[in-house]
Design a protein around this ligand. Structure first.
Ligand SMILES: [Zn+2]
Ligand SMILES: [Zn+2]
Length: 364
C-alpha cells in the first residue's frame, strides 16, 4: 500500500511530503484515512531538537479519521466508522498496564524513544529505507495502519476536525483535572501555559466546578481565549497584576504546569498553597531538571505530581469527554486554529511554533 505523508528529516530541516510504502494491515490492524491531525507540543519538541529520536520519521499522534479497511480478527470496527487515535495502546502485560496506567507503559515509552510502534516495527519505508513513527503513531499522513486497539470509535455528531483535538490535547488537559488531580468543586486552580493543553485544563477545571481559575500565558490571544473558556483571571507572567495577587495570595489548591519547562513548573509550585497540589502536565524536553527546596514539601506540605495523557485509559476517558462535548460543556470547535493541507506542513509547523491561539491542524 502507498500513502502520502509529511516526513520529518531532523531539526532545522524542512519537512517533505513523500509517498511512502506502507505494510498492509496485519491481523488486528485497521487502515485509517486521516481527516484532521493536530500539531502537538510533543511534535514541536522534535522540530526544535529537544528530543533525540531517529529520523526520517512521520510525526503526528493527535488525529481523527475514518476506517478504510480492517485486517483479520477485527470485530469491533467496520469500514466507515469515525475514530480518534489514541497513542497509548496498553501492552497489557507490564506492571503499569496491569495497574490501569497504559500511558506509563514501559514498552510504549521504549517504542516512542525508538521511533517505532510497540511491537518494534514501523511498517513504513521510503525507497527501501526504514521510516520511523512519532509517538508510536505517525499520523501526519493521508492514511495510517494502526492496531484496532488505538482506533477509538466516536459515534456520530462530532465533526472529525474537532474530534482530532480529543486525541491528545483534550485527553491530556481535561484528564489532568478530572482523572489525575481530581479537582474538587469550589477549588482554586492555576494554569500555567494556555496552548491547546492549557485551554483544556481550564475547561476541565470549569467542568469540575472550580471557583477560581487563573491562567498565566505571555500571549494576549491565548489569555483572551482562556477567559472565554472559563478562566476567571488571565495574566502575563511578567505582570504582577493586583488581580492575580488577590486571586492567589495564599496560593491555589491546584496548580497545573501545561508547558513542562522547569521555569513553568517552578512557578506552578511556588503559587501552590500549603497542602495544595502541583501537577506537571506538559512534556519536558530531554535533560530538563528542577531545582527544588525540599522544605516546600515538609514545612508547607505541598504535593508535586505529574500526569501523562490524563492518567486514564483513553478507551475509558474518551467516552466521558464525548459526553461533555455532546452536552455542550466541552468546547472543541473554538480551539481549532488555522488548518492546512498536507503539502503546507512547513507553514503549519511555523504557525504552531509562533504560538497562534488554537490548535494548528493538518487536513491530509
Ligand atoms: Zn500530544
Ligand atoms: Zn504496558
Amino acid at each position: 500500500m502507498k500513502a502520502r505523508a509529511a516526513v520529518f528529516w531532523g531539526p532545522g530541516r524542512p519537512f517533505t511530503v513523500e509517498e511512502l510504502d506502507v505494510d498492509d494491515p496485519g491481523p488486528g490492524d485497521v487502515v485509517v484515512r486521516m481527516s484532521a491531525v493536530g500539531i502537538c507540543g510533543t511534535d514541536l519538541h522534535s522540530v526544535r531538537g529537544e528530543f533525540e529520536r531517529p529520523t526520517p520519521s512521520v510525526l503526528g499522534h493527535e488525529g481523527a479519521g475514518v476506517i478504510e479497511a480492517v485486517g483479520d480478527d477485527v470485530r469491533d470496527l467496520t469500514v466507515g466508522d469515525e475514530v480518534v487515535l489514541s497513542w497509548a495502546p496498553s501492552c497489557g502485560e507490564c506492571a503499569d498496564c496491569r495497574r490501569g496506567r497504559p500511558a506509563a507503559c514501559v514498552p510504549l515509552h521504549r517504542a516512542i524513544g525508538a521511533g517505532t510502534l510497540v511491537d518494534g516495527t514501523t511498517g513504513l519505508s521510503l525507497g527501501g529505507e526504514r521510516v520511523y513513527r512519532g509517538t508510536a503513531t505517525g499520523c501526519l499522513a493521508e492514511r495510517v495502519v494502526v492496531s484496532s486497539r488505538v482506533a477509538l470509535p466516536i459515534g456520530s455528531g462530532v465533526p472529525l476536525r474537532d474530534a482530532a483535538l480529543l486525541g491528545c490535547a483534550a485527553l491530556t488537559g481535561v484528564g489532568a483535572v478530572l482523572f489525575a488531580a481530581g479537582v474538587r468543586p469550589e477549588a482554586s486552580v492555576l494554569v500555567v501555559g494556555a496552548g491547546a493543553v492549557g485551554q483544556f485544563v481550564v475547561q476541565g477545571a470549569r467542568i469540575a466546578g472550580a471557583e477560581t481559575i487563573v491562567v498565566v500565558d505571555p500571549l494576549d490571544g491565548r489569555r483572551e481565549q482562556a477567559l472565554g473558556l472559563g478562566a476567571t483571571h488571565a495574566v502575563a507572567p511578567d505582570v504582577a497584576e493586583p488581580e492575580l495577587l488577590a486571586a492567589v495570595a495564599d496560593g491555589v489548591d491546584y496548580a497545573f504546569d501545561a508547558v513542562g519547562h522547569p521555569s513553568t513548573a517552578e512557578l506552578a509550585l511556588r503559587l501552590t498553597r500549603s497542602g495544595g497540589t502541583t501537577v506537571i502536565v506538559g512534556l519536558p524536553a530531554t535533560g530538563a531538571r528542577l531545582d527544588l527546596d525540599p522544605g516546600q514539601f515538609n514545612r508547607r506540605e505541598k504535593w508535586l505530581t505529574g500526569t501523562m495523557y490524563g492518567s486514564e485509559d483513553p478507551a475509558v476517558a474518551l467516552p466521558v469527554l464525548l459526553e461533555h462535548v455532546r452536552a455542550g460543556r466541552l468546547e472543541l470547535a473554538g480551539l481549532v486554529g488555522p488548518t492546512y493541507p498536507l503539502d503546507e506542513i512547513n507553514d503549519a509547523v511555523e504557525a504552531s511554533l509562533s504560538g497562534v491561539p488554537g490548535r494548528v491542524l493538518i487536513e491530509p
